[in-house]
Design a protein around this ligand. Structure first.
Ligand code: ACO
Length: 316
């Protein structure tokens, strides 16, 4: 049996920091509200395209894995804020890397794009289609932000991270996944202005209107993620106390907390980066994973549970 092991990881965060106090200079908001409702203190704003963030994070991940870009067989790029829709984001990364042998595709399931991409790449490794893959989760969501809407502008930030997957016959790497989509709730999160249906209407690209039903998303996020976690634990005949670390989607500290409670998981076994990154959409889980490994919180042989939710309404 072939497994897909994570052998490299890397991130790239743009240096410009936007604090809650900065936001309060042009929005009717304040640090106390943002911190108490979301746990977010600051987020990053990129001055370069997503392709540049992804190139740096991927070169770091490849160096970590000791894999030459020329030997990469697959690139799966999870994101919803592409530099270009055609040609895709992954082919741009292939060109920058010089990864001439790599098949290259984008996966868009909003904030769960990294988890869906990881699962896709792992499946292609398990079935022998490829021997290795680069999986990226990254976003420049601030390019599409409605900066007049305090209900969403305080929540998001930019960032990108990559991992390298390699085939192994050891039972390690991705052990079980559960992906799902609750499309009845797809109208709870819509970024009006991103997509072809808005073409030829005299709109300015990047000027968006977010339909964002915060409390409804909150409820469905907790249910979707805790259900998916329970499912993978059952698949592996595990209980929550056997999990060493949870790496959740970093949308809101209260969602992370509520999901951990439903799983009966103490918060000291949950990685939190939302305070410094905000919600980086598909960047969020791989960025938190990179930080967790670098800080020594993840050790070889440990069991790690990744969880996310996103527009669609997708979860994993
Ligand atoms: N600053 C100050 N006040 C604000 C702000 C702000 N930035 N935003 C909203 N408010 C006000 C509202 O106007 C409202 O005022 P009112 O009572 O006078 O009408 C009040 O605060 C409460 O608003 P609620 O929406 O009820 O606040 P809630 O406690 O639900 O928190 C939040 C809102 C943070 C959006 C929460 O619902 C949430 O986190 N939901 C999940 C959404 C999320 O994180 N999604 C992630 C993105 S989706 C994804 O990752 C794919």
């Amino acid at each position: 049996m072939t497994y897909a092991a994570i052998t490299g990881w890397g991130k790239c965060m743009p240096p410009a920091v936007l604090t809650n106090a900065d936001l309060a200079t042009f929005l009717d908001t304040n640090d106390e509200w943002i911190t108490s409702r979301t746990g977010i203190k600051e987020r990053r704003i990129s001055h370069v395209p997503l392709s540049d963030l992804a190139y740096v994070s991927t070169m770091r991940a490849l160096a970590c894995a000791g894999l030459d870009p020329a030997d990469v067989e697959l690139i799966v790029f999870g994101c919803c804020s592409y530099d270009d829709q055609v040609p895709n984001q992954a082919s741009g990364l292939q060109a920058q890397l010089g990864a001439k042998k790599a098949a290259s595709m984008d996966v868009n399931t909003a904030c769960t794009s990294f988890l869906y991409s990881l699962s896709t790449a792992a499946a292609l490794i398990r079935t022998g289609v490829v021997k290795n893959a680069v999986v990226v989760g990254g976003e420049i969501i601030t390019a599409y932000m409605d900066w007049k809407n305090r209900g969403v502008a305080v929540l998001f930030g930019d960032g990108c991270a990559s991992v390298v997957l390699q085939a192994t016959d050891k039972e390690e790497g991705l052990l079980a996944e559960k992906l799902g989509c609750d499309s009845d709730a797809r109208s709870t999160l819509v970024v009006e202005g991103m997509g072809c249906r808005y073409a030829n209407q005299g709109r300015i690209l990047g000027h968006t209107n977010w339909i964002f039903e915060g409390p409804e998303i909150f409820k469905r996020a907790v249910l979707g993620m805790s259900g998916a976690c329970a499912d993978v634990l059952e698949k592996r005949h595990l209980t929550a106390d056997q999990i060493d670390l949870v790496i959740p989607h970093q949308a809101n500290l209260r969602i992370i907390d509520a999901t951990a409670k439903r799983l009966d998981m103490p918060m000291d076994r949950v990685i939190v980066t939302v305070d410094r990154h905000g919600n980086t959409s598909s960047g969020s889980v791989p960025l938190a994973l990179d930080e967790a490994v670098r800080s020594g919180r993840v050790q070889r042989g440990q069991l790690v549970l990744l969880e996310a939710f996103g527009g669609g309404f997708t979860w994993g």
